[in-house]
Design a protein around this ligand. Structure first.
Ligand code: TRP
Length: 333
């Protein structure tokens, strides 16, 4: 068995942050050693709720590519490509829209939550409601078998597999592979105040280009245990933001376990755990920030990389479209 092809992507709405790093970027860097991997910068999907801010979307494309490269994505091993340069994905999406019902799309939990949180009310853009079908086109267009995404995207993978089965039934042959979500075990990072998850739209994100003083302020603002007033008081580890981050980033698991014991027993101050975390985050982000700054000095080179990746991806996605069209007797080919 050869390894499945990987496709994953990011909506082009702004630079990526520490939550993306913990959730999926780290996995992607590791997977490029063993898998054929494509990263899709989803600029058309970004228009599903940014149609009036197209300039922002274009700017975000470069930011995201810089983030990829800065964390260690190697363009010789991972293909970085741009959704709007891959018309075959849009063609597949248009086909899939006829294989899914509006009520099925409305039932997707991710969509319901996003509609509520974006405050569309009854004015939901049709493109927004339909983006899960377009995302199924992204995944199947690359004939991907593995999709590293956050837990919130799992229902979209389910829809993708429903569409795969529909297409294969219509084709009378398994022309498209079913796919699997690769969801990080740790779950999403909390916001520093512990209310909700780290998110750019909520203003709680730490960018991967954060300067040292921003990192310090971020850690300082973290909530610990409100009942832990004196160092000698026993403290709670569950729901404690600093420990959630130590769990995500501290490679010394044994030391974290010891710190938790001491914190629970009383006698360990918040300052100690915050200092440890701050040091870790400064060490983690410094090289990313430096590499990003170097790469950002030559945007033409980065845009050239995206162009070359998009050409490779165009080939692959066209093949899929041709296969699907031929098998479903669409067109004249
Ligand atoms: N929906 C994803 C996000 O919001 C971006 C995305 C677009 C994607 N197409 C994809 C993710 C295909 C995985 C596979 O970040």
């Amino acid at each position: 068995m050869t390894n499945p092809v990987i496709l994953t992507g990011d909506r082009a709405t702004g630079p990526l942050h520490l939550g993306h790093f913990a959730g999926t970027l780290k996995n992607r860097v590791a997977l490029q050693d063993t898998h054929e991997q494509y990263l899709l910068i989803a600029d058309l999907q970004a228009l599903t709720d940014h149609a009036d801010r197209t300039g922002l979307v274009r700017g975000a494309v470069l930011e995201i590519a810089l983030d990829y490269l800065a964390v260690g994505i190697d363009p010789d091993r991972t293909v970085i490509c741009l959704q709007s340069g891959l018309p075959a994905l849009a063609e597949l999406a248009l086909l899939y829209l006829n294989l899914v019902t509006v009520s099925r799309l409305e039932r997707i939990p991710t969509i319901r939550e996003e509609i509520a949180s974006r405050g569309f009310g009854r004015a939901v853009p049709a493109g927004f409601l339909c983006y899960p079908a377009a995302q199924a086109a992204d995944i199947t267009g690359f004939r991907a078998g593995l999709v590293p995404v956050g837990a919130d995207q799992a229902p979209l993978i389910e829809l993708t597999n429903e569409l795969v089965r529909r297409v294969n039934a219509l084709a009378g042959a398994p022309i498209l592979p079913e796919t699997r979500a690769l969801i990080p075990e740790a779950g999403r990072l909390p916001a520093p105040d512990g209310r909700g998850k780290m998110s750019k739209s909520a203003g709680t994100a730490l960018p991967l280009s954060a300067a040292p003083d921003r990192i310090s302020a971020f850690v300082r603002s973290m909530h610990t245990d409100p009942g832990h007033l004196r160092v000698s008081d026993p403290g709670r580890v569950e729901g404690n933001v600093v420990f959630a981050y130590l769990d995500a980033f501290d490679p010394d698991r044994a030391e974290v376990a010891r710190l938790k014991d001491r914190y629970r027993a009383g006698g360990l101050g918040d300052g100690v755990i915050k200092r440890r975390l701050e040091e870790l985050l400064q060490e983690l982000i410094r090289p990313i920030r430096d590499r990003r700054a170097t790469l950002a000095a030559d945007p033409a080179q980065v845009l050239g990389l995206i162009r070359r990746g998009t050409e490779l991806a165009r080939e692959r996605t066209r093949e899929t479209r041709d296969l699907v069209y031929r098998s479903l007797r669409v067109g004249s080919g």
